[in-house]
Design a protein around this ligand. Structure first.
Ligand code: VGL
Ligand code: ZN
Length: 196
Protein backbone atom coordinates (compact mmCIF):
# COMPACT_ATOMS: atom_id res chain seq x y z
CA UNK A 1 0.00 0.00 0.00
CA UNK A 2 1.34 3.38 -1.06
CA UNK A 3 0.48 6.67 0.67
CA UNK A 4 0.77 10.24 -0.62
CA UNK A 5 1.92 12.78 1.99
CA UNK A 6 0.95 16.33 1.02
CA UNK A 7 3.26 18.70 2.91
CA UNK A 8 2.24 22.17 4.06
CA UNK A 9 0.08 23.37 1.16
CA UNK A 10 -0.81 26.47 3.16
CA UNK A 11 -1.43 30.09 2.20
CA UNK A 12 1.75 31.34 3.89
CA UNK A 13 3.88 29.19 1.55
CA UNK A 14 2.03 30.31 -1.58
CA UNK A 15 2.53 33.55 -3.56
CA UNK A 16 1.75 36.58 -1.37
CA UNK A 17 2.13 34.44 1.75
CA UNK A 18 4.42 35.33 4.66
CA UNK A 19 7.04 32.74 3.59
CA UNK A 20 6.15 32.40 -0.07
CA UNK A 21 7.81 29.59 -2.01
CA UNK A 22 8.53 30.77 -5.57
CA UNK A 23 5.98 29.26 -7.99
CA UNK A 24 4.46 27.26 -5.15
CA UNK A 25 1.01 27.66 -6.68
CA UNK A 26 2.13 25.77 -9.79
CA UNK A 27 1.92 22.43 -7.98
CA UNK A 28 -1.63 22.60 -6.64
CA UNK A 29 -3.33 21.15 -9.72
CA UNK A 30 -0.71 18.43 -9.95
CA UNK A 31 -1.21 17.52 -6.28
CA UNK A 32 -4.96 17.29 -6.87
CA UNK A 33 -4.49 15.07 -9.92
CA UNK A 34 -2.03 12.58 -8.44
CA UNK A 35 -4.06 11.84 -5.30
CA UNK A 36 -5.98 9.16 -7.18
CA UNK A 37 -2.75 7.23 -7.83
CA UNK A 38 -2.47 6.37 -4.10
CA UNK A 39 -4.16 4.04 -1.63
CA UNK A 40 -4.13 6.63 1.16
CA UNK A 41 -3.69 10.41 1.24
CA UNK A 42 -2.55 12.35 4.32
CA UNK A 43 -1.37 15.93 4.79
CA UNK A 44 0.85 17.90 7.12
CA UNK A 45 0.20 21.43 8.38
CA UNK A 46 2.81 23.78 9.82
CA UNK A 47 1.05 25.07 12.94
CA UNK A 48 3.07 27.44 15.11
CA UNK A 49 1.99 29.28 18.25
CA UNK A 50 2.52 33.07 18.09
CA UNK A 51 6.07 33.94 19.18
CA UNK A 52 7.52 30.62 17.98
CA UNK A 53 11.30 30.41 18.39
CA UNK A 54 11.78 29.77 14.66
CA UNK A 55 10.52 33.30 14.00
CA UNK A 56 13.14 36.05 13.59
CA UNK A 57 10.72 38.30 15.47
CA UNK A 58 11.37 36.18 18.59
CA UNK A 59 15.11 37.02 18.43
CA UNK A 60 15.65 40.76 18.91
CA UNK A 61 18.45 42.07 16.70
CA UNK A 62 18.10 39.24 14.16
CA UNK A 63 16.62 39.24 10.69
CA UNK A 64 14.71 36.57 8.74
CA UNK A 65 16.95 33.99 7.02
CA UNK A 66 19.82 34.45 9.49
CA UNK A 67 21.03 31.26 11.16
CA UNK A 68 21.27 31.01 14.95
CA UNK A 69 21.86 28.27 17.51
CA UNK A 70 18.61 27.20 19.14
CA UNK A 71 19.18 24.82 22.08
CA UNK A 72 22.12 23.25 20.25
CA UNK A 73 20.44 23.01 16.83
CA UNK A 74 21.13 25.21 13.83
CA UNK A 75 18.00 27.26 13.22
CA UNK A 76 17.14 29.35 10.17
CA UNK A 77 15.11 32.31 11.41
CA UNK A 78 11.90 32.65 9.40
CA UNK A 79 9.42 35.44 8.97
CA UNK A 80 6.35 34.84 11.17
CA UNK A 81 4.30 32.21 9.32
CA UNK A 82 1.58 29.61 9.81
CA UNK A 83 0.45 31.01 13.13
CA UNK A 84 -2.27 28.85 14.64
CA UNK A 85 -5.71 30.10 13.70
CA UNK A 86 -4.53 32.65 11.13
CA UNK A 87 -5.61 32.47 7.51
CA UNK A 88 -1.97 31.97 6.45
CA UNK A 89 -1.93 28.69 8.36
CA UNK A 90 -4.93 27.25 6.51
CA UNK A 91 -4.54 24.71 3.73
CA UNK A 92 -5.31 26.44 0.45
CA UNK A 93 -8.94 26.22 -0.66
CA UNK A 94 -7.64 25.16 -4.08
CA UNK A 95 -6.42 21.88 -2.59
CA UNK A 96 -8.87 19.05 -3.09
CA UNK A 97 -9.16 17.72 0.47
CA UNK A 98 -11.80 15.05 -0.15
CA UNK A 99 -9.35 12.14 -0.03
CA UNK A 100 -7.21 13.46 2.84
CA UNK A 101 -7.92 11.06 5.71
CA UNK A 102 -5.73 12.70 8.35
CA UNK A 103 -3.81 15.95 8.85
CA UNK A 104 -0.69 15.90 11.03
CA UNK A 105 0.16 19.24 12.61
CA UNK A 106 3.74 20.12 13.47
CA UNK A 107 5.75 23.00 14.86
CA UNK A 108 3.39 23.34 17.80
CA UNK A 109 6.11 23.34 20.48
CA UNK A 110 7.19 27.00 20.85
CA UNK A 111 10.82 26.05 21.55
CA UNK A 112 11.67 23.76 18.64
CA UNK A 113 11.09 23.81 14.89
CA UNK A 114 9.68 20.86 13.01
CA UNK A 115 10.30 20.46 9.30
CA UNK A 116 9.50 16.77 9.03
CA UNK A 117 5.97 15.47 9.29
CA UNK A 118 7.31 12.63 11.47
CA UNK A 119 9.48 14.29 14.16
CA UNK A 120 10.59 17.73 15.32
CA UNK A 121 14.10 18.82 14.30
CA UNK A 122 15.64 17.43 17.50
CA UNK A 123 13.76 14.11 17.16
CA UNK A 124 12.32 14.77 20.61
CA UNK A 125 8.66 14.30 19.72
CA UNK A 126 6.87 12.04 17.30
CA UNK A 127 3.73 13.26 15.51
CA UNK A 128 2.32 9.74 15.24
CA UNK A 129 2.53 9.76 11.44
CA UNK A 130 4.75 6.67 11.13
CA UNK A 131 2.50 4.63 13.43
CA UNK A 132 -0.59 5.79 11.55
CA UNK A 133 0.89 4.76 8.21
CA UNK A 134 1.94 1.35 9.56
CA UNK A 135 -1.50 0.76 11.04
CA UNK A 136 -2.87 1.40 7.57
CA UNK A 137 -0.51 -1.20 6.05
CA UNK A 138 1.48 1.42 4.17
CA UNK A 139 4.92 0.28 2.99
CA UNK A 140 5.65 3.02 0.42
CA UNK A 141 5.19 6.78 0.63
CA UNK A 142 5.46 9.59 -1.89
CA UNK A 143 6.01 13.11 -0.64
CA UNK A 144 4.81 16.27 -2.41
CA UNK A 145 4.12 19.88 -1.42
CA UNK A 146 6.15 22.78 0.01
CA UNK A 147 8.91 23.53 0.50
CA UNK A 148 11.04 20.98 -1.37
CA UNK A 149 14.25 21.97 0.46
CA UNK A 150 12.74 22.00 3.96
CA UNK A 151 9.59 20.20 4.98
CA UNK A 152 9.33 17.92 1.93
CA UNK A 153 13.01 16.95 2.15
CA UNK A 154 13.05 16.28 5.91
CA UNK A 155 9.76 14.37 5.74
CA UNK A 156 11.21 12.21 2.95
CA UNK A 157 14.46 11.54 4.88
CA UNK A 158 12.52 10.49 7.98
CA UNK A 159 10.27 8.27 5.87
CA UNK A 160 13.39 6.48 4.58
CA UNK A 161 14.78 6.16 8.11
CA UNK A 162 11.44 4.70 9.21
CA UNK A 163 11.82 1.99 6.58
CA UNK A 164 9.27 3.16 4.04
CA UNK A 165 9.99 2.80 0.35
CA UNK A 166 10.18 6.55 -0.26
CA UNK A 167 9.66 8.78 -3.29
CA UNK A 168 9.61 12.52 -3.86
CA UNK A 169 6.94 13.42 -6.42
CA UNK A 170 9.18 15.97 -8.09
CA UNK A 171 6.64 17.64 -10.35
CA UNK A 172 4.58 18.37 -7.26
CA UNK A 173 7.22 20.17 -5.15
CA UNK A 174 8.86 23.61 -5.30
CA UNK A 175 11.88 24.80 -3.24
CA UNK A 176 12.56 28.04 -1.37
CA UNK A 177 16.17 27.87 -2.68
CA UNK A 178 16.74 25.83 -5.85
CA UNK A 179 20.48 25.29 -5.34
CA UNK A 180 19.97 24.11 -1.75
CA UNK A 181 17.36 21.69 -3.02
CA UNK A 182 19.76 20.22 -5.61
CA UNK A 183 22.21 19.24 -2.84
CA UNK A 184 19.49 17.86 -0.60
CA UNK A 185 18.00 15.85 -3.47
CA UNK A 186 21.43 14.24 -3.98
CA UNK A 187 21.54 13.26 -0.29
CA UNK A 188 18.01 11.82 -0.54
CA UNK A 189 18.98 9.72 -3.57
CA UNK A 190 22.20 8.53 -1.90
CA UNK A 191 20.14 7.28 1.04
CA UNK A 192 17.99 5.17 -1.24
CA UNK A 193 15.19 7.61 -1.99
CA UNK A 194 13.57 7.58 -5.41
CA UNK A 195 11.83 10.10 -7.62
CA UNK A 196 8.54 9.79 -9.41
C1 VGL B 1 8.70 25.19 6.18
C2 VGL B 1 10.26 26.74 6.83
C3 VGL B 1 9.62 26.92 8.03
C4 VGL B 1 8.21 24.25 5.13
C5 VGL B 1 8.05 25.36 7.38
O1 VGL B 1 7.01 23.91 5.13
O2 VGL B 1 9.03 23.83 4.27
N1 VGL B 1 9.81 25.87 5.92
N2 VGL B 1 8.51 26.22 8.30
ZN1 ZN C 1 7.39 26.71 10.02
Amino acid sequence: MHALIIVDLQYDFLPNGALAVPFGDEIIEKVNRIQNDYDLVVATQDWHPAGHKSFASAHPGHQPFEIVDLDGLEQVLWPDHCVQGNRGAELTDLLDTRRIEAIFRKGTDPHIDSYSGFFDNGKRKNTGLAGYLRDRDITAVSVCGLAADYCVYFTALDALAQGFDTYIAEEAVRPIDASAYRDKRTTFLQRGGKLR
